[in-house]
Structures are given as C-alpha cells and as structure tokens.
Design a protein around this ligand. Structure first.
Ligand code: PEP
Ligand code: MG
Length: 582
C-alpha cells in the first residue's frame, strides 16, 4: 500500500482498477468516416504529417550525430525508410479512398497489419523492427492529432491514469466507463479538471511520476476531495473509503432533495442566482436535478472539438435551441467560441503558439475569423426565440473588441431579418471579465453590455501570472489573493453603478466559503459545476446578507491570500459546520 499526494481538482471518491493511458493506445483509433468531397483533404493531411514527421526525424538524427556520433544516428535511417515506404503510403491512401475513413484510422489500420506481419516472421532482426515501426507510427499519429494521441477506450469501468489528458481527449471518454482520472501534470482549473467535475467524478492532478508507479489492472483509491491516491490498498482501507464514498454521495443526494426547489436566499431575504456551467447538452438532467436557477456558462467550444469539419449554423442552432428550450423559463448564458489556451480544435488550422493562453484565441480569433464567428452568432440569435437566452463574449480586453463583436452581432441580426428568420432583438449581451485590463476598465465596458460574468479561472491566471494548467506553480494559484478580491469588488461596483448585473462563472465560487464572500461583495449570480450547487445554496441559506457584507469587508483588509483563506474557513465553520470538508 502506497499513498501519493497531488492537487485535488474534482471532489469525490473512486475505488477501482486502473487503466494506464499509454502511447501504445495511439494505434487504437476510433473509426470515423469522411464525406466523399473531403477525401482529398484527408490525403493532404496524411501527406503533410509524413513531411512533418520526416523533418522531425531528420532533425533528431542530426542532433544525435552531433552529440553521440554518426553510428548511433544511423538507427533513424530505419525510421526514415518506413516513412518513405511506397507500399505503406499507397495502402493508407487506398484505405482513405476505398473506405472513406479519416487518415488516422487508415494509417493505424495499415500499421497494425505491419505489426502482425512482422511479429510472425521467424527472424529476430526483423521482429525487432516492430519497435521502429511503432516509434514512427506514434510520431506520425501525434502529428496528425496535433495533441497527445487518441483518447483511451475501455471494456469495463476504470480509473484513467495518464501523464496528461487534453480537454479533447477527456471530452471523448466514455462517460459510463471512467470513474475517475489522475494525471502527472495539470493545474487546478485546467479544462480537463473542469470536465471531471462535469462528469461528477474525482480528479487529482500533479501526481509526479504516477504512471511509472501504477500499472493497468492495479487497484487504487482516488480521493478527489483531498488529492490523495492509495495504490494497492488493503481490505480495511478499501472498506473505510467505501464508507466515505457512500457518505459523500449520500450528502449530495440529501442536499439535492432538501434544496433543489429552494432559492439561494440569505436568512434576511437577499437572493442570489445560482446557475450551472455546462459543456454538453447531455448535462441538462444533472443541472435540473441539482436545482440550478439556469445556466450561467455554456462553453460552446466542445461542439467544435474532436471533428474535422466545423459545425454548421443549423447544427449549432439545434444544439443551442435544445438547451434553451429545456431550461425555459430559466435563463441560459451562451458563451461564444473560446478557442485556445488549453483547448485546441482539429477543425481549425490554428498554429501552436509559444504562449497559447496569451495568444490568438477566443474573441481575438473570432474577430479575425468573422466567417466562423458569424455562423455561431446566427445560430445563437435563431435559438434566442426559444427561451431566455443571453450571449457573452470571452476574453474581452478592451472596448474595441466589445464594440466590434456587437457590430457583427447586429449585422447577423440584420441578415436574419432580411431572410425572415425570427430572433430576439433584445437578447441580453454580456462581457466576460477575465483579463485584469477589462476589470480595471469595467466602468467603460459596462456602457456596452447588459451584464458582466467574471471568469475567475482566467482572471486569477492573468492577474497573478500563474499558468492555470501548470502543477509546478499551482501553489501560487490563489483565489483568495487580495488582488483578486479587490478586482471582483471593483467589477461589481462598476457594474452596479450602471445597473448591470454581475455574476461569476469560475471554479472558485464552487467553494461554499468563497460563495459567502462573493455574496458579500455584491455578486448577483454564481455559476459553477452543477453538482456543487447544493452546497453553495446551503451556505447562502445559512447566513444573513448583513453577515456576508461584514465578511467581505473584513476579507478586503487582509494582506495575504492565506489570511483570507483562514478567515473564510473559520467563518464557514461557524455558519455551516457540516459544509466543512473533513
Ligand atoms: C473562467 O475563465 O473563469 C471561465 C469560466 O472560463 P473558462 O474556464 O472556460 O476559461
Ligand atoms: Mg476563461
């Protein structure tokens, strides 16, 4: 039995068998078809990946020759020969054309045939060439995916253990089979962690070298509340954690049953809107069962992920309409495409950048690729007649972006009007405040919108200069840092001065103690992962608004994030001790 400590990012307990996600599985590609007219594009993608892989290998060969010697570098000649093998290339192209499948799939099928053929050869030298084929194959597939490889597949329920998982890998996971995941890298508010919360499963990140300590088939316990992993637990430990697991789920069920239909209202009658963050429309039953007052953040980028084409206006319209109709009369805030950072899309040929979180992303991308933006805006406008739909733009950093986005939205409205397609001309428009510059000029931005939604995940990242997906500096990622609290207060005050409502939609508001602080700072809506909403409601219902304001005023006087944290924990203990995590 061995215990490891990582960063807890999604609460709960899971006990089960491990499935170590390894590069080997890169060859386990899901079957996906392409339209006849896209076949040439697939072939070009394959040929481009061949060229890129070849360049990489030549580069490595050169480096090895320089550092170790020419003889050692010769092993890469075998890799180059595989890549240049005409039969292999022609077989892949024939499969793409014949079966109308994506090139990853065609390549993986052909390479699997090579493994089988080589493993049956009665010649040790040739059998050893299998590892060369695997190396080259993995490299080529990596270039095709543009990410770390294909998502894991399982036959039975299990815990995924990986060096890293991208949001697109995670989005493709079989939700019925994955009961937890743990990774070696990743920060507290990476989108992979957020997806774990949506899936309502425990997640722990930042577990150094965990993939070398666990093998597929091992039994482990994942405690996502405390960030603890127990490898090969004994019988007593399993029993103990099974009991804690039951208590965890029972508490959520009890809170759901008790609070589902009750408002998040303080003891002296101040009402806060508690809404849910979603990524997929199949999360709606969970949103409803946890008693959300609506959807405060619909992350639309997942509609664009894991596909080779862009979603059409009609497809997006249907998806948004479904959410809005189902939630009606509760409001739904749709966020326009927030591409970039740790979210990459295979359908858009966006080059990797040195600083993706600071790069050509979100609204910056949409304002340049107006063609892509307009498709989404038209779909959102068309869905607006089916309920209380609101729209917001991510990553606003100045007033031009906001004005330009609104101009394009207006253009889309005018087009729809001309085409006789209905939309709500009075749909509320909001700006996400997640860049310090936007918070500081929120007084100016408030004139252009009807509401603000403070994206604290990014606001913390940009304000404190802490990469939100980097486990090595996770200790600096402090939601209670005085700078963050002061910025939130500034945005609330500037919004309220112009009668704009102000919400938060970052993960920090999932913490009941912080929810009390936010209430005291004057926040009107808290939006977070659905399954933590009952706790947030319970916290707000246990305290007076008067008390919340006192807590916020006091929190603003501390000098360090640690002092604020300690103070808030003590207050929560006093207000609702049963919400304090043991
Ligand atoms: C945020 O930045 O706080 C936010 C809610 O958006 P995302 O996590 O998708 O970046
Ligand atoms: Mg954000």
């Amino acid at each position: 039995m061995e215990q490891l400590k990582g960063i807890p990012v999604s609460p709960g307990i899971a006990i089960g068998e491990v499935h170590v996600w390894q590069a080997e599985e890169a060859f386990n590609v899901s079957l996906r078809y392409v339209q006849e007219e896209d076949i040439p594009k697939e072939i070009t993608r394959f040929e481009d990946a061949l060229t890129r892989t070849r360049a990489e290998i030549l580069d490595i060969r050169k480096k090895i020759a320089r550092q170790i010697g020419r003889e050692s570098s010769d092993i890469f000649n075998a890799h180059l020969m595989i890549l240049e093998d005409r039969t292999l290339i022609e077989d892949v192209i024939a499969l793409i054309k014949g079966k109308k499948i994506i090139c990853e799939c065609a390549f993986a099928t052909v390479i699997q045939r090579y493994f089988t053929a080589f493993s049956q050869i009665d010649d040790e030298y040739l059998r050893e060439r299998i590892s060369d084929i695997k190396d080259v194959g993995r490299r080529l597939l990596k270039n095709l995916y543009g990410e770390k490889g294909a998502p894991p597949k399982f036959k039975q329920k299990g815990i995924v253990v990986a060096h890293d998982l991208s949001p697109s890998d995670t989005a493709m996971m079989d939700k019925d089979k994955v009961i937890a995941f743990i990774t070696e890298i990743g920060g507290p508010t990476s989108h992979t962690a957020i997806l774990g919360q949506s899936m309502e499963i425990p997640v722990v990140v930042g577990l150094d070298h965990v993939t070398s300590k666990i093998t597929t088939g091992d039994t482990i316990i994942v405690d996502g509340t405390h960030g603890i992993i127990i490898i090969s637990p004994d019988k007593e430990t399993i029993e103990e954690y099974a009991r804690l697991q039951k208590r965890f789920t029972d508490r959520i069920t009890q809170l759901d049953e008790k609070l589902r239909d009750l408002p998040a209202e303080t003891t002296d009658g101040h009402r806060i809107h508690v809404a849910a963050n979603i990524e997929f429309h199949d999360e709606l039953p969970s949103v409803i069962s946890h008693g959300a007052d609506g959807i405060g953040l619909y992350r639309t980028e997942y509609i664009y992920m894991n596909r080779l084409d862009l979603p059409s206006e009609e497809e997006q319209f249907q998806a948004y309409r479904q959410v809005v109709e189902k939630m009606d009369p509760q409001p739904v805030v749709i966020r326009t495409l927030d591409l970039g950072g740790d979210k990459f899309l295979s359908s858009l040929d966006v080059a990797r950048e040195m600083n993706p979180f600071l790069g050509w992303r979100a609204i910056r991308f949409c304002l340049t690729r107006v063609d892509v933006f307009k498709v989404q805006l038209r779909a959102i406008l068309r869905a607006s007649v089916y309920g209380r739909l609101k729209i917001m733009y991510p990553m606003i950093s100045n007033v031009y972006e906001l004005r330009r986005a609104n101009e394009i939205l207006e253009e889309c409205g005018a087009e729809l009007k001309k085409e006789g397609l209905p939309f709500n001309p009075d749909m509320e428009i909001g700006a996400m405040i997640e860049i310090p510059s936007a918070a500081i000029i929120s007084e100016i931005l408030a004139k252009e919108v009807q509401f603000f939604s403070i994206g604290t995940n990014d606001l913390i990242q940009y304000c404190l200069a802490v990469d939100r997906v980097n486990e090595k500096i996770a200790y600096l990622y402090e939601p209670t840092h005085p700078a963050i609290i002061k910025l939130i207060k500034l945005v609330v005050d500037n919004g309220h001065a112009q009668n704009r409502w102000v919400g938060t939609c970052g993960e920090m508001s999932a913490d009941p103690a912080i929810a009390i602080l936010l209430t005291g700072l004057g926040i009107d809506e808290i939006s977070t992962s659905p399954f933590v909403l009952p706790k947030v409601k319970k916290a707000i219902r246990s305290v007076s608004y008067q008390d919340c304001k006192r807590i916020a005023d006091r929190a603003l006087t501390f000098q360090t994030g640690e002092e604020v944290r300690k103070f808030l924990d003590e207050e929560l203990k006093r207000i609702a001790s049963d919400l304090v995590e043991e």
